[in-house]
Ligand binder design. Structure first.
Ligand SMILES: O=C1O[C@H]([C@@H](O)CO)C(O)=C1O
Length: 715
């Protein structure tokens, strides 16, 4: 830097015009592209991502990005002198665009138009000038506006955490912030050994005081803040938690960023409406530059469900009545919405003869047919949205190699029976490597509850066989384990490990442990399910809106449900001696960015010698599955056996009869999140809790989610 000047001029346009008129050689503030590229690659992983470099000056940084493969790098600067010069210099590089613009006013860009904004010293320059607070807030709010949800603002600065974090808080932007550091003296030459590992974040608490203990006082570093634009927690779709119900005739648009490849499902989340069929699967493909760690020729989806003849209102009424009327077992299981029922008894009407209703070639009765070409490999994405049943899925004579679970790659392992619980998804690879002259049974059958519903059947048809060519074996010969063979099922859960090279290691420790005892109870004579003796009561005003708008009487604001149960004296193998529970709409509040362990403890129901399987689903986060155990969880001993090396991340996990499951997650998604048993009737009967965290970071809520309870006046 040649010019001698007061730093105050750094915020002035005339200073930069003047400077660039006199200095044309490229100059990079703080760091150049080679030294920062590992971090840029980490947070801007796809070459197709659109980046905005603010206050670009005549830096060679963006050229470095384009040389590294990025295809769309937009640069702005307040100085027309430098923009003219850069346009001339890069006239032959269409990937680089240069525009004269003030970063405090970027109205030429639409909202949500960039995946990343990169700032090397621009915020610092603005802070040098007069009215710096006002100008920096304007700038941060503009940066936030032009970023897509979950887009990153990468700020390279000399500003230490206590100053910069305060600045972030002063604006109305909601970020999740990570901190990295880089030695000031690094130049990006290959042989240098950095003191700090660039891509490893430094622990960062709310005030930034944790940083000094990690890297010492006044370290010789540049700070790099990676601020991730907080998503859209109001589009989670849970009635009463994140939004009001969508009334008949209304149109509601969900907008969210699909940021991880994998297999997902959607369904309605109002009362027990899901089981009426408002469901589906979502496939998210990886970008072409990021190959999946396995190969296949064709991609197919199979959604598994169960079906009742009774409608959901009748069932819900029974569950909420005295005497209690249990929904019972489903009448049919279904593969891709196709199932069967022995209809000779009760489906016939004077208008429909038995032959009409039960004829196997009738379209209503036809099985789902999965056609395969001999020798080819199929990726089958299997999801379960059963309302009650846990399932075993199998294809006669074929192995299934599991490669993905709930959107995370797993170390491949081979099974004959895939156990799948409601809310889970798996991808398995199926090779069509058996005798192609015949067809095979695909079946799914009930496990974990006495099997009163026949398996669902579909047909694996080898091309070019006729789809109605019956497999030569009876469908019932398709091997499936005993319904109560819990160990067999647990073995599959324990076998699932994160895929090498794709694992995200969990934090080594947690800030909080919550142990949740799941019990069947009575409340005022009604049959309920409870968590630590509290059965969930659904509010009429959605929690997210109540919390954000300070509607303090919308739910029991002051009641915090218990984080433990009396594990010393509670006998999980006995019918509860005092089965009465309380109802509450109180919620668990988690410190934003804290690490939370949740242990789900199963117990005996109100029937002697009976404990059930519960698939628990967490909204808004993925969690690491740290371990499973039989019997009562021991808080001193069992955590020593947690898998902290390669645990799989999931969003739904089973808790086996009389067993426990331990999971860990980071409360890093500001919002209000439901955590519940994915069995529709258990969810309805109160087996759910709610976590809230980082509400102050949630941006203004859209009015489309409002209109019910105390939010009537907000629309
Ligand atoms: O919640 C349930 O109630 C019944 C039974 O326990 C009482 O009828 C059952 O199987 C459930 O899962």
């Amino acid at each position: 830097m040649a010019t001698e000047t007061s730093t105050q001029s750094y915020s002035e346009k005339w200073y930069w015009d003047d400077r660039y008129t006199n200095e044309s050689d490229p100059f990079d503030w703080y760091q150049n592209y080679p030294s920062l590229s590992p971090l840029i690659n980490l947070y801007v992983p796809h070459p197709t991502h659109r980046a905005l470099v603010i206050g670009c000056g005549n830096s060679a940084f963006s050229e470095g990005m384009v040389d590294d493969g990025y295809g769309d790098v937009v640069n702005i600067d307040i100085s027309s002198v430098v923009i003219d010069a850069m346009n001339k210099k890069y006239s032959d590089r269409p990937q680089l665009k240069y525009l004269k613009m003030d970063v405090r006013d970027m109205k030429a860009f639409q909202d949500a138009s960039f995946d990343a904004v990169i700032d090397k010293g621009t915020l610092d320059s603005i802070l040098c000038g007069s009215n710096s607070r006002q100008h920096s807030t304007q700038m941060l709010e503009e940066v936030w506006r032009v970023l897509k949800d979950k887009g990153v603002y990468i700020l390279i600065t000399y500003g230490a955490p206590n100053y910069r974090l305060r600045l972030f808080k002063e604006s109305s932007c909601s970020w999740t912030t990570k901190l990295h550091v880089i030695d000031k003296s690094l130049t990006g030459q290959p042989l240098e050994t950095p003191k700090w590992e660039l891509t490893k974040p430094i622990p960062l608490d709310d005030e930034g005081s944790s940083v000094e203990s990690a890297i010492g006082k006044s370290p010789d570093v540049h700070y790099i803040y990676v601020c991730i634009k907080v998503g859209t927690p109001w589009f989670d779709g849970v009635e009463g938690v994140t939004q009001c119900p969508i009334l008949p005739g209304e149109i509601f648009t969900y907008q969210f960023v699909v940021d991880r490849p994998g297999t997902y499902m959607y369904h309605s989340h109002y009362g027990m409406q899901r089981e009426s069929g408002l469901i589906g699967m979502i496939r998210v493909s990886p970008p072409s530059t990021e190959p999946e760690p396995f190969t296949y020729d064709y991609d197919r989806s199979l959604l598994l469900t169960d079906w009742y003849h009774k409608g959901m209102s009748e069932k819900a009424t029974g569950l909420a009545s005295i005497p209690f009327k249990w929904v019972g077992e489903p009448q049919s299981l279904m593969i891709q919405g196709r199932g069967r029922f022995n209809c000779t008894n009760n489906m016939m009407t004077p208008q429909r003869s038995e032959a009409e209703v039960c004829n196997t070639s009738h379209a209503d009765c036809s099985r789902f047919v999965l056609m395969v070409i001999p020798g080819k490999t199929y990726r089958l994405r299997i999801g379960s949205l059963t309302s009650l049943s846990a399932l075993s899925f199998q294809i006669e004579g074929h192995n299934l190699t599991v490669v993905e679970a709930d959107g995370h790659y797993v170390e491949p392992f081979t099974v004959r029976n895939l156990f799948i619980y409601s809310g889970e998804t798996y991808s398995v690879l199926l090779k069509a490597d058996q005798n192609p002259s015949r067809n095979y049974w695909i079946t799914t059958s009930i496990v974990s509850r006495p099997e009163k519903t026949p398996p669902a059947t579909a047909v694996l048809k080898y091309h070019p066989n006729h789809p109605r060519k019956h497999p030569p074996t009876p469908a019932s010969s398709n091997f499936r384990p005993e319904w109560n063979d819990t160990r067999h099922r647990l073995a599959q859960s324990v076998a699932i490990k994160a895929r090498k090279g794709f694992a995200h290691a969990p934090p080594e420790n947690s800030d909080k442990v919550i142990v949740l005892l799941n019990t069947q109870n009575k409340v005022n004579g009604y049959m309920r399910w409870s968590v630590n003796n509290v059965s969930y009561q659904h509010p009429t005003t959605p929690y997210l809106i109540a919390l954000k708008h300070n509607l303090t009487n919308a739910f029991d604001w002051r009641f915090t449900p218990p984080e433990r149960y009396d594990s010393k004296s509670y006998d999980i193998f006995a019918v509860p001696s005092n089965a009465n529970a309380t109802m509450s709409d109180g919620i668990y509040r988690l410190k934003f960015n804290s690490t939370v362990d949740v242990v789900l403890q199963n117990a005996n129901t109100m029937s002697v010698n009976n404990s059930e399987t519960h698939p628990w689903h967490l909204h808004g986060h993925d969690f690491w599955v740290l371990g499973y155990g039989e019997g009562k969880f021991n808080e001193m001993e069992d955590p020593k056996r947690y898998n902290l090396v390669d645990p799989i991340m999931k969003n739904t996990v089973a808790v086996q009869p009389y067993g426990w499951t331990a999971l860990r997650f980071r409360a890093d998604n500001p919002g209000v999140w439901s955590f519940h048993c994915h069995i529709e009737s258990h969810f309805f009967m109160g087996m759910r809790i709610v976590f809230a965290s980082g509400i102050d970071r949630v941006a203004n809520l859209p009015s489309s989610i409002m209109g019910c309870g105390q939010t009537k006046r907000l629309v």
